[in-house]
Design a protein around this ligand. Structure first.
Ligand code: ZN
Length: 273
């Protein structure tokens, strides 16, 4: 599943392939491409950036194409004569230069427009947690304004801070020992800041590549504390990992009911102190 670290890696790959090169054709099955793709044809790519879970390709003349990868999207870079392992009919956006082809598969969102307009869309996002020093005080302020009923929903709210998807959500809550159903209103600012500081560190540690890990081990099957491990023993206490589906989008959260107790009324008053 694409999260903030995945997007930064994709931006590096797509940028290496496209920056400084002229777009010979812009095609794809997304309706935005059919409608506006020709606006990009013939333009030179001037930059590629990842902001949260958005990937932006900028061209001369002030145009930008934005993709959001949702749950399933991905970017692939191919040599012009390389065989496609996925059917071209599934390509939502194909940016072709004389030297390389960048293809975005399965992205639910593709927008083509003036750079200023696209930046306005992205500007509603919270600070990017992959940045060097995300402003935790700003993030906590935005968290207080969020309508998210649980911390699990809060971490996925990209208007608070961007970059956390379903994997990091579960892993951050385990490492910070918080039950996913905890109400953000029951947590003080220090605990909220600690959640986002943890998410920042995990995302940054995984930007450079390889198997994504939160445990420090990059071996598949050992790389996560709780994500995807329902019914298996907690790596810390041995209790079976639980999974809960909740929130607006019915996203699953994995957690250890022993290591991540819900704050009780008494501990809550201590927390809020
Ligand atoms: Zn445990």
């Amino acid at each position: 599943m694409p999260e903030g670290d995945t997007l930064h890696r994709a931006a590096a790959r797509v940028g290496a392939a496209l920056i400084g090169r002229r777009l010979v054709t812009v095609e794809g099955t997304h309706r935005a491409v059919a409608r506006d793709g020709r606006r990009l044809t013939g333009r030179t790519v001037t930059g590629v950036e990842a902001i949260g879970k958005h990937l932006l390709v900028h061209t001369d003349g002030g145009w930008t194409v934005r993709t959001h990868l949702g749950m399933t999207g991905r970017w692939v870079v191919l040599a012009p004569d390389a065989p496609w392992r996925t059917s071209p009919g599934k390509a939502r956006l194909v940016l072709r230069t004389a030297e390389a082809i960048a293809v975005c598969f399965a992205a639910p969102t593709v927008e083509i427009g003036p750079t200023s307009q696209v930046h306005a869309t992205v500007g509603r996002l919270g600070p990017d947690l992959v940045d060097d020093a995300p402003p935790l005080d700003t993030i906590v302020t935005r968290a207080r304004a969020s309508m998210s009923p649980t911390v699990a929903d809060l971490l996925l709210d990209q208007q608070v801070a961007s970059g956390v998807g379903n994997v990091y959500k579960s892993e951050v809550l385990f490492l910070e020992r918080l039950a996913p159903v905890t109400s953000p209103a029951d947590l003080d600012d220090g605990i909220l800041a600690a959640l986002y500081r943890r998410a920042h560190r995990l995302l940054v540690a995984n930007v450079t590549g390889g198997q994504r890990t939160t445990t420090g081990s990059r071996r598949p099957g050992r790389n996560y504390w709780v994500y995807g491990r329902a019914g298996r023993p907690c790596r810390r206490c041995g209790a079976p990992i639980a999974s809960t589906t909740h929130g607006r989008h019915d996203r699953v959260t994995y957690w250890c009911p022993t290591c991540q107790p819900q704050p009780s009324a008494s501990s809550r008053s201590t927390v809020n102190g």
